[in-house]
Design a binder for this molecule. Structure first.
Ligand SMILES: NC(=O)c1ccc[n+]([C@@H]2O[C@H](COP(=O)([O-])OP(=O)(O)OC[C@H]3O[C@@H](n4cnc5c(N)ncnc54)[C@H](O)[C@@H]3O)[C@@H](O)[C@H]2O)c1
Length: 380
């Protein structure tokens, strides 16, 4: 990675460190973003070795870590809530922990929050303790814009890093709690920690319960597309590789104890995203089915990435148009991956969530996607 050159206008100590982080311990590495991060590191950082640690929950798959160099990558199946397993895995040495592992789907947290509190809160504390005990030099907490809640419709700018916490779903609350534990480990024990918060990611290997792969995989099979409420919620979209590049920049250069907002300045209404996908795959908007809104559904997420842009010189490299087209191509080309993800427990989840079985053809009536209609695509 090219040496960092500090920009003017950044607080002293915000950036400019050039740490040596060659042995990375990546939790949640078999999931969507974790696997993209591992792939990026191995492709672009020839000196890095990675241990991937993942429980392989419904959202994680070893398919996502296929074809990696076995000399530089090792997979360990384990639960971050299991202190002994985490310590044993860390004992062989790690310079930095990059902590992605989480229960990540808002709808599931509304149906049952206990697993979110266990994994996202308790699991993070277990990792922080183990990191201290095993001499880990840096802990990167991967967090979300959702900890800040919904931005006012008329707010001119996204949330800055010092905006107050206002999590509205059990998922967001569990991620906010995890951030507090990370901060406490830094203040109380001097652990070198950094926190990143990102908006909605898209790209290959995202589990089909999330908005873009749900719309895409249903549309490609001519299945109805459930849309929550009026579908006019705003989310700030970023390609997963741009997010991972930003995490690498923070890992390498951020001052301990700092928090960083990562966003591509790409806010879009859910319906706009859905219609763009339908257009791209040549399917009619009549596949859209507006369903009862998600309880407590946040209207708008948007964060201000000015600080990472000016202090670390990071910029997104993938345009929305290119990223979406490549994502669509990936899902088209990986039918076997999609079928595996859509089988098993996902089918039961889908019936519980939307009241219809996956694969049900749309009824003959044509639904019209208007702002007034009641509409359920998950926003994340
Ligand atoms: N997807 C987004 O748009 C987004 C945006 C901002 C932040 N984030 C954060 O990024 C991280 C990764 O998100 P994602 O979308 O890749 O999630 P994901 O659901 O695709 O992957 C989560 C991974 O964590 C693993 N995992 C779950 N519980 C575990 C446990 N107890 N022990 C070990 N591993 C466990 C799963 O097996 C899976 O591989 C999460 O912390 C999430 O909060 C996601």
């Amino acid at each position: 990675m090219a040496p960092y050159v500090a920009r003017s206008g950044c607080a002293e100590g915000d950036a400019g460190r050039q740490g040596c982080w060659r042995r990375l311990f990546v939790t949640g590495a078999a999931g969507f973003i974790g696997s993209a991060f591992v792939r990026l590191v191995l492709a672009e950082e020839p000196d890095c070795h990675v241990v991937s640690f993942d429980a392989l929950s419904y959202a994680g798959s070893l398919d996502n870590l296929r074809d990696l160099d076995p000399l530089r990558h090792r997979f360990i199946r384990g639960d971050i809530c299991d202190a002994e397993a985490v310590r044993a895995a860390l004992a062989s040495g790690a310079d930095a922990v990059i902590h992605f592992a989480a229960e990540s789907h808002v709808d599931r947290s509304i149906a049952a929050a206990d697993g979110f509190v266990k994994t996202n809160v308790l699991g993070t504390q277990v990792l922080l303790d183990a990191a201290r005990q095993c001499g880990v030099r840096r802990f990167v907490q991967i967090s979300t814009d959702e900890v800040l809640g919904s931005l006012a419709d008329d707010a001119p700018n996204g949330f800055a890093e010092d905006a107050p916490y206002a999590p509205n779903s059990p998922y967001a609350a569990s991620k906010a709690a995890a951030e507090h534990l990370v901060r406490a480990a830094h203040r109380t024990f001097g652990l070198d920690t950094v926190i990143t918060r990102c908006g909605n990611n898209y790209g290959p290997r995202q589990f089909p319960e999330k908005l873009i792969p749900l719309v895409l995989t249903n549309a490609l099979r001519d299945e109805p597309i459930p849309v929550y409420g009026d579908g006019r919620q705003i989310r700030d979209w970023i390609h997963v590789v741009d997010h991972c590049r930003a995490i690498l920049a923070v890992l390498r250069h951020a001052e301990p104890g700092t928090t960083w907002h990562i966003g591509a300045r790409n806010p879009r209404r859910n319906l706009e995203v859905i219609e763009a996908i339908l257009r791209a795959v040549g399917k009619p908007t009549s596949l859209i089915r507006f369903v009862k809104d998600r309880p407590g559904h946040d209207r708008r997420y948007e964060i201000d990435p000015s600080r990472i842009e000016s202090c670390l010189g990071w910029r997104p490299l993938v345009s929305w148009e290119t990223g979406l087209a490549e994502t669509i191509r990936w899902y088209r080309d990986h039918a076997a991956w999609v079928e595996r993800a859509r089988s098993g427990s996902y089918r039961d989840y889908y019936v519980r969530q939307y009241g219809t079985a996956l694969g049900t053809p749309p009824p003959p009536r044509i639904a019209v996607a208007t702002g007034a209609a009641r509409a359920a695509v998950p926003s994340r």
